[in-house]
Design a binder for this molecule. Structure first.
Ligand SMILES: Nc1nc2c(ncn2[C@@H]2O[C@H](COP(=O)(O)OP(=O)(O)O)[C@@H](O)[C@H]2O)c(=O)[nH]1
Ligand SMILES: [Mg+2]
Length: 629
């Protein structure tokens, strides 16, 4: 990859995952999966992109997340050491994320293109409940040296449902960005399903997570923390090395108002352990950032397959459509065979048969002998025609070919439409087909078929003509064979007559019966031979016609129908593209991140942070520096 190739790769991957996310959002039962995809695309644009672009490690980001009313804003205030976030009893009050920058000199806010995706930085101040795709940046007031001096602290919207495209997406955007996540759960709702799923997702995505259980009665603290470890964290999948992910669990007690609103003073005894945990977890800046980025690519690499599951499932529906098209085609061909081909006599061939029989008759002088023999066959001819009329069944009325083909096409399309309608509620691929069937697919298919049919008609006439001609031409172009046959027939006739005369000598009245019988028998034999040849031709023509229907009509139409849902900028076309492209891009970015991480490791690491200031409050827990923890 060229030095700047990562930009297009990052943009492409983030866009592909975003597209897949939107695609999933259209299927309500895939809301959680859409969330996973959102996290993946946000990791790409907010973590991998800036890292490859050479953004410095500072500032690190700590995101405070959790269910409604869990105490997130309260925890944000404890991290900041001042009341900066609006703690509000109203659930779902915070609708967009707010970043709190530490006091002191402004630091470099990431300027990477695509950073935070669709979220715009809000200019000016807005209440936290403004429900827009924005984030706010505020500064922690005061100029005290804060222990989290190089962290941006994010207060996030609640995690209550996967189904909201709005604030869940904003939350995921920030969660992806975070180097450390503080997951807040209150004593009364610590095992709510959706926030727990969210916690699991964050841990699986390799985020450094600290859990804070709030509003816990002092007496229950240890037991609750243990219970949480067992029940909530215990359900997490093990790491590849067989250990469980290390997620520290802290408890915040029910705090009186005075403590809650004075985190650096009266509340410091609760604050310090939390700060310690975060500093411990984060470690040095560069190390923290490298871990955030490498965990992000690791997650994308291992979760990539799962992320694309939906795309694969959709393509499986597409395959089901193709199968329905193929089944319809088979039915079409079967119907053509049954309703037309089996009953079709190709009468044009009979004309060639008569021509062939005529050719067997002798020309010139031979015609006199032939005429006499013909005369002798008169009773046979009459009897044959009479019996023929008696035994021949009236010809079955065969439907015209075009009628059969048109009906078969209607059957094929009706069957497909019924299938699309039946499956429309189960999957968007079918729904899209069903919606566009009446107005687009049906008319377009008929139009194509009509065009193909004209072509088919020309070819079939041509084929029939050629088969018949070949029959007659064989004799016409081969005079030796023709004369042998003619002479042969005459010779047999004469031999039969001679034989009868010899056997019945002296001639009597019986000859009048025996000679016509004899020459009729030879003629009948000749006619049977010709008929056999002609029937062979008829069979060949029939199978040629069957092939022609396949190559000129059903195969091209089936091909077109099968691909129809994947054309015209449809989602299937895009799905195929995404499925091809995403694993490839993830691999490229992974390589690039590894290389860059190795570069960072080679340069002297920036040092650890100062431990938090000892709290003014008496009896507080002694702060631990990250190095000694
Ligand atoms: N009594 C008491 N109330 C708390 C405590 N922590 C949070 N609260 C209240 O719980 C409500 C929700 O807290 P908040 O931090 O806004 O939660 P968020 O919705 O997760 O941001 C607010 O009214 C807080 O004042 C606590 O320790 N004790
Ligand atoms: Mg809040």
């Amino acid at each position: 990859m060229e030095p700047t190739d990562h930009r297009s790769a990052v943009g492409e991957l983030a866009d592909d995952l975003r597209w897949l996310e939107d695609h999933c959002r259209r299927q309500p039962d895939l809301a959680a999966h859409a969330g996973t995809l959102r996290l993946a695309s946000a990791l790409t644009r907010n973590v991998i992109g800036p890292f490859l672009e050479g953004q410095p490690a500072r500032p690190l980001h700590v995101a405070v997340v959790g269910g409604a009313g869990a105490g997130k804003s309260t925890v944000v205030n404890f991290l900041a050491g001042a009341v900066v976030a609006e703690a509000n009893p109203q659930a779902g009050y915070t609708r967009h994320p707010t970043a709190f920058l530490p006091p002191g000199p402004a630091f470099h806010w990431p300027t990477y293109i695509g950073f935070m995706g669709p979220l715009h930085r809000l200019a000016g101040d807005k209440p936290a409940n403004a429900d827009e795709d924005v984030y706010q940046v505020k500064r922690v007031p005061g100029d005290a040296e804060s222990p989290l001096g190089d962290f941006v602290i994010w207060d996030c919207p609640d995690m209550t449902t996967w189904a909201s495209a709005g604030y869940v997406s904003r939350l995921l955007e920030v969660a992806a960005l975070a180097d450390v996540v503080v997951y807040v759960a209150s004593d009364e709702r610590y095992n709510d399903e959706v926030p727990t799923q969210f916690l699991h997702l964050l841990v699986k995505a390799g985020k450094a997570v600290v859990v804070v259980l709030t509003k816990v009665r002092e007496a229950d603290a240890a037991a609750l923390a243990e219970h949480f470890r067992q029940e909530i964290l215990g359900r997490l999948p093990k790491l590849p090395d067989g250990t469980s992910p290390a997620v520290p669990v802290l408890t915040f007690p029910q705090m009186p108002h005075a403590e809650r609103t004075d985190p650096a003073g009266a509340g410091a005894k609760h604050r310090v352990p939390l700060l310690n945990q975060i500093l411990t977890l984060a470690g040095a800046d560069t190390a923290a950032r490298v871990r955030t980025v490498t965990n992000a690519t690791k997650y994308l690499t291992t979760a990539g397959d799962g992320l694309l599951d939906v795309a694969r499932r959709d393509l499986a529906e597409f395959d089901a459509w193709k199968a329905a098209v193929a089944a319809g085609r088979a039915e079409f061909e079967e119907r053509y065979r049954k309703e037309f081909l089996s009953g079709e006599q190709f009468h044009r061939i009979d004309r060639y048969r008569d021509e062939l029989m005529d050719q067997m008759e002798l020309p010139g002088a031979g015609r006199l002998v032939g005429g006499l023999i013909w005369l002798a066959r008169t009773p046979y001819r009459w009897t044959r025609d009479y019996v023929g009329k008696l035994v021949s069944r009236p010809e079955v009325y065969n439907l015209p070919e075009q009628t059969v083909l048109t009906a078969a096409l209607t059957g094929w399309l009706d069957r497909l439409q019924a299938e699309a309608l039946r499956r429309a509620p189960t999957h968007p691929v079918w729904k899209a087909i069903a919606v566009r069937f009446e107005s687009e697919l049906g008319p377009q298919a008929r139009e194509r078929f009509a065009g193909q049919f004209r072509d088919f008609e020309l070819k079939e006439t041509d084929e029939l003509e050629r088969a018949g001609k070949r029959l007659v031409d064989t004799l016409e172009k081969n005079p030796a064979l023709l004369y042998t046959l003619r002479g042969g027939k005459l010779a047999v006739d004469l031999a039969v007559v001679g034989g009868i005369l010899y056997l019945t000598w002296p001639p009597g009245w019986s000859l009048l019966i025996l000679i016509p019988l004899g020459v009729s028998a030879t003629h009948q034999a000749a006619e049977l031979a010709v008929r056999g040849i002609v029937e062979g031709v008829r069979t060949r023509v029939r199978s040629q016609r069957e092939d022609l229907v396949t190559t000129a009509l059903t195969a091209p139409l089936a091909g077109w129908l099968a691909e129809w849902p994947a054309t015209g900028g449809s989602s299937i076309e895009k799905l195929q593209q995404v499925l091809r492209r995403v694993p490839d891009t993830i691999r490229k970015l992974d390589e690039r991140v590894r290389a860059k991480a190795a570069e960072w490791a080679a340069t002297p690491a920036s040092g650890g942070r100062e431990p938090p200031d000892p709290p003014a409050h008496q009896g507080a827990h002694a702060p631990r520096s990250p190095e000694t923890a």
